[in-house]
Every structure is written in structure tokens, then in C-alpha cells.
Design a protein. Structure first.
Length: 312
């Protein structure tokens, strides 16, 4: 692909930006920075509207100051939309550089959806997406990945658009129907990522998600510290995608008074700072749910799969 040296590189987060910059790949960098597999992601009339919803959710989780988060999203959105709207009138190449995991694939289809919504098909737009993590990749491999970038096709934008609409739909089951009926080979990592998202829907019998089920299994042989438990759960993932903040929230839901699938060695709720050293263990109820003799469905927390709110 011709390279005039003028480019905007959009990637998953700040660690990705640092890795790409350290590999000597010049350009303007943008990190998307949104954990879209966590919390509400409803269909919205504009990127600005959805960013406001996401900022409110992120603040509610205690992951930052709302004003600062809104400001960060606004700067991101303005920079992105300005680059997209200029289209072919600019020499700048726009590179989407993402990983194969759920966190990244959701960001990728959101970006491609927004590009499709603006109908800017004449962009100098390319993509890099491989089955390794940007921040853990040696600089020589990142340089090779950069050289292997390919132009984004209309078929990829169309597929991402349909996937995003299914993900943000409020209708239960639409994402699953999309997965069952659409061939998503134009975006090779999307199908497995969305399948992993669907596994967070609580099971019909036990009422818990895959992550919760795995946590209980990790605790079957005895207590683990928060840090040990997080690492043990991560090892069960075919493709790691969840950060410690989202993981802690899952644990909080399992600790709730009317659910209590696990318990800690602390008399009061643990704080984020003490999470790595807090000891967690499975409760009799947690063991019974794992064994299949009881269900946690009646006391499951409200959760979101994209735009669909799943109630107990």
C-alpha cells in the first residue's frame, strides 16, 4: 500500500499506542478506550449520544471522573469524525490497528459502523488485525504487521454494520441469530469474539455466566487471593479480553448478600486497592450452583449484552 507518511492510527488503548510508537511507526495516534463488553451499549442516533451513555456508565463503575471521561470521549470523537468526514480530500491514511479479542473486535465494528453510517467509502482506510496482542508483540513483528496492512473493503464495512446493529439491539436473541445466520469470514476474528460475548448470558439452568462459572471452578480446590483468582480465570480463556476492573465487578455481583456464591476474608467490602490480596472462597451455595443442584438465576444481577438488558 502506498505510504506518504501521513497517517492516523486508531487502536485499542494507551498501551497499544505506546507499543506502536516504540516500534518507530510514525503518525498521529488515537486510542479508542472503551470496554464495550461491559455495561449498556444501546443503538444511538450519533456517536456523541452513545459516548455520553458510556461516560455515565464508566463513571458509575468508579473508573474515573465523569467530566474528564466525557471530555476524553469528546476529543476522541471530534478527531475521529473530522478525519472521516474529510474523506478522499485529505492525503491522510487512516489505519485501524486492533487485536483478535472481544474487547478489540467490538471497538473495531463500532468504528466501521460509524464510517459506514457517514457513507465515506472513498477513505484511504486500512486495517491491521492479527492473533497476537499489540503490547506483547516485539517491535520487529509490529513493523512487519504495519507493512502487511490491507485496505478495508465495502464488504467488511457492511459486515461490521450488521454486527454492530445486532450487538446494540434491545431485542433478546438478535445477536445470537446474527451469529447463526451470517458468514463473518470477512472479519475473521469477529465470530469467535461475539460467541464469547454470548457466553456471558446466564445459563438457563444454573443462572450464571461463563466468567462466573469459571471463577467457581477456580475456587473448588480452595481459597485464592484476588490476584491469583484473576490470573487463574484468565488462563481458562482461549483469547484473553477482560481487564481487572471488569473482573472485580463480576466478583462483586457474586458476593452480593442475596446471592453469595463466594465470600472473602474481610468483614466489610474490599476496596479496589486491596483486591489483589483479598482472599476469596466458594460458598456452599456456590458449590451447589456449580454442581447443578441449585440455580442462581433468581438472584442474578441486571446485566447488559450490548443494547440488551438481561434481567434476573
Amino acid at each position: 500500500m502506498p505510504d506518504n507518511g501521513i497517517r492516523l492510527i486508531i487502536t485499542n488503548g494507551s498501551s497499544g499506542v505506546d507499543a506502536i510508537r516504540n516500534a518507530g511507526i510514525n503518525g498521529t495516534y488515537m486510542s479508542w478506550d472503551d470496554v464495550l463488553h461491559d455495561g449498556p451499549v444501546p443503538a444511538a442516533d450519533s456517536l456523541e449520544e452513545l459516548s455520553g451513555i458510556r461516560a455515565k456508565f464508566i463513571t458509575g463503575r468508579g473508573w474515573g471522573n465523569e467530566e474528564e471521561i466525557r471530555d476524553r470521549f469528546k476529543k476522541r470523537d471530534d478527531q475521529f469524525l473530522d478525519a472521516i468526514k474529510k474523506g478522499a480530500d485529505q492525503p491522510e491514511e487512516i489505519i485501524l490497528w486492533f487485536e483478535h479479542d472481544l474487547y478489540d473486535q467490538l471497538q473495531l465494528i463500532q468504528i466501521l459502523f460509524e464510517i459506514g453510517r457517514l457513507q465515506t467509502r472513498s477513505l484511504n482506510l486500512s486495517m491491521i488485525c492479527h492473533d497476537h496482542y499489540i503490547g506483547l508483540t516485539p517491535v520487529d513483528q509490529l513493523a512487519a504487521d504495519f507493512e502487511s496492512r490491507r485496505a478495508v473493503s465495502s464488504a467488511q464495512i457492511n459486515m461490521a454494520t450488521e454486527a454492530w446493529r445486532a450487538f446494540t439491539s434491545s431485542k433478546p436473541g438478535r445477536l445470537k441469530v446474527f451469529q447463526e445466520n451470517e458468514a463473518v469470514d470477512t472479519l475473521p476474528f469477529l465470530s469467535s469474539a461475539l460467541n464469547r460475548m454470548l457466553e456471558e448470558i446466564p445459563g438457563e439452568k444454573d443462572g450464571i455466566s461463563r466468567t462466573e462459572r469459571t471463577i467457581l471452578r477456580c475456587l473448588e480446590d480452595g481459597p485464592l487471593s484476588g490476584g491469583q483468582l484473576f490470573r487463574a480465570q484468565q488462563k481458562t480463556e482461549e483469547v484473553i479480553f477482560m481487564g481487572d476492573g471488569s473482573f472485580e465487578h463480576v466478583l462483586t455481583g457474586m458476593l452480593s448478600e442475596n446471592r453469595e456464591l463466594i465470600k472473602t476474608d474481610r468483614e466489610s467490602d474490599y476496596a479496589d486497592a486491596t483486591f489483589p490480596t483479598t482472599s476469596f472462597e466458594i460458598t456452599p451455595l456456590g458449590g451447589a450452583v456449580l454442581a447443578g443442584s441449585k440455580s442462581a438465576r433468581n438472584h442474578a444481577p441486571v446485566r447488559w449484552i450490548g443494547g440488551c438488558q438481561i434481567n434476573p
